[in-house]
Ligand binder design. Structure first.
Ligand SMILES: [Zn+2]
Length: 342
């Protein structure tokens, strides 16, 4: 049985006060993603322009205290790895620096500061900085993650997305057990492989490439698209088929993946997305069975009231409410799908 892209439409009828109480019907589409099991409700009638990215409030508050990730403070304000594990205390690559997270979420929980610059707008973050950060995260898993099977590299960009500091940084997590989301991805991948004797990611990509409306293209080892059932208003996803994990990619392949992230960042800024989350889910051992998925989701406040895009549906029902369809999002991203400015 092939992958099922399940979509069901519900209609809601009422007398519309904006149209002199004429009878009106509005459609809501409920989608279930066959790769992840994610559920989304697409309500494209509610979308509003987000305006320009404005971080002035956070930058103003930020002036009150020293930044532990700035190069002049980092040596005395950042944690150091135990000397028996990393004698040099920190790991380095390009401008990126990796050290233990002093507010850990996992047994292996590290921070990778991406750049020496304290503040960068999304469009200013370069593919080289992103690939150095991912490669340094991979090195930390290699050196410190012995016996661990499931990993992630995670990014909260700006305070509405959960960031505690302005200075661009990602956080790694490595564990013997998958997170709840990773467990679901893995269970679905394993069930599909048992049933169909093939890789679920390959089958998913094959469908999406031939369908076309959500497809962006390939960069290095990664295939990019807007997922069928998004987890945010703007949700872009990269998948690497063939069961490979981050630790099995060459530096050149990681650079390819990072180029896609940089393109999405340029798109985010132009669309008014000033806060986002990124997670790269990866197996740390070849037998872990977790597909490599990188996901970037907006965390926007919708004007004019600054309404958070996350509401009770997501927090308490585990379904996302989306004001744009992924087909519309993919169309809007396409002009940015090159390394040149659109
Ligand atoms: Zn800083």
């Amino acid at each position: 049985m092939p992958l099922k892209f399940h979509a069901r439409r519900h209609q809601s009828s009422f007398l519309d006060p904006f149209r002199n109480f004429a009878p009106s019907r509005v459609e809501v589409e409920l989608r279930i993603d066959p790769l992840s099991g994610d559920r989304s409700r697409i309500l494209s009638f509610r979308y509003r322009d987000l305006g320009r990215v404005d971080h002035s409030l956070f930058l103003e508050r930020d002036r009150q205290r020293p930044c532990p990730f700035c190069p002049e403070n980092l040596p005395r304000m950042a944690g150091r790895f135990l000397p028996e594990l990393v004698p040099e205390g920190h790991l380095h690559r390009g401008q990126a620096v990796c050290f233990p997270n002093v507010f850990p979420y996992e047994g292996l929980s590290a921070v990778v500061v991406m750049t020496r610059q304290h503040y960068l707008r999304p469009s200013q973050i370069k593919a080289e900085q992103l690939s150095d950060a991912f490669l340094l995260a991979a090195e930390s898993f290699r050196r410190l993650g012995r016996g661990l099977r499931f990993g992630s590299v995670n990014w909260n960009y700006m305070m509405p997305a959960g960031a505690g500091l302005v200075h661009p940084h990602v956080q790694t997590a490595g564990s013997t057990a998958p997170t709840r989301y990773q467990a679901r991805l893995r269970a679905r991948a394993r069930a599909f492989a048992r049933r169909e004797s093939r890789d679920i990611v390959e089958a998913y990509l094959e469908h999406e490439q031939s369908q076309g409306a959500r497809w962006l293209g390939r960069l290095g080892p990664a295939y990019w698209l807007a997922p069928f059932a998004p987890r945010a208003i703007y949700d872009l996803m990269a998948l690497v088929p063939g069961g490979r994990g981050l630790l099995e990619l060459t530096p050149r392949q990681v650079q390819g993946l990072a180029r896609g992230v940089a393109r999405v960042l340029r798109f985010f800024e132009s669309a008014g997305v000033g806060a986002f989350n990124l997670s790269l889910h990866t197996a740390l051992t070849p037998d872990a069975g977790l597909p490599l998925m990188l996901r970037m989701v907006s965390r926007v406040h919708i004007p004019p009231m600054g309404v958070d895009e996350i509401n009770y549906f997501e927090k308490l029902h585990e379904e996302t409410v989306c004001f744009l369809s992924p087909e519309e999002v993919a169309k809007a991203v396409r002009p940015f799908w090159s390394d040149k400015k659109p």
